[in-house]
Write a protein that binds this ligand. Sequence first.
Ligand code: ADP
Ligand code: MG
Length: 253
Amino acid sequence: MTTSTPTPAADAMFEVRRLNKSFDQQQWVLDDIDLKLLRGKTTVILGPSGSGKSTLLRCLNLLEEVDSGAIWFDGREITKEGPRGHLLRREISMVFQHYELFPHLSVLENLMIAPVKVLGVAREQALEQAMELLTKVRIREKADAYPEQLSGGQQQRVAIARALMMNPKAILFDEPTSALDPEMVKEVLDVMVELAGSGITCVVVTHELGFARRAADRVVLMEGGRIVEESAKEHFFSGQASERTQRFLQQMS
Ligand code: ADP
Ligand code: MG
């Protein structure tokens, strides 16, 4: 008799089951993670430095190999996809702490290069979409500028627009405002709040509790490679959350 793997919940864009990951075979960086990330919702992942947040994000789009466990994305088990896994990164975009724009390309070319070269989108169509997205992130007037001519906050907004050019099903943010001067954090978070409300699935690792309060649907707290709390934002910040969560929130404020 064969036993079939249970299919993922229909409301989950990502479903992580019993995920384990180590780099040195001595200590689990991700220790038996079970997690459901809901379709069209924004999940904020909080936790101290070294708790495994970046590693978890990188596992979600197969930038890291997992030791055991399974990850489902949009109804399929991606941890089984092997070499075809790289196609996944057309469906999942990632925004990093350092914007990683191509320095020798203009803002517009930074946005257009992947859709045109990878997806084969016509230049005209890519141009139209790029201008729309640059308007959305409020930087249309810099379309012909080069990255070095932009502030950090402007570059990060361009990076967000570039991530959206692939029409991803999900977008992963890894501390997108941590490298920014304080006065630029707000302009990036404002764009992210709008994005969070737009119906795309967002997963955001951040230390910005204000963003979590404004934009999150669900909040996850990680510590030592484990999930210590996963709850609706209202519960997470209600004072009814676990004692560990309350302590974390006190340390952060
Ligand atoms: P966070 O993003 O929460 O700060 P990380 O996922 O970056 O945490 O790291 C979790 C743990 O895994 C840390 O102890 C870190 O040193 C370790 N780690 C992360 N990446 C690697 C790597 N490529 N090689 C070895 N250890 C790593
Ligand atoms: Mg990190």
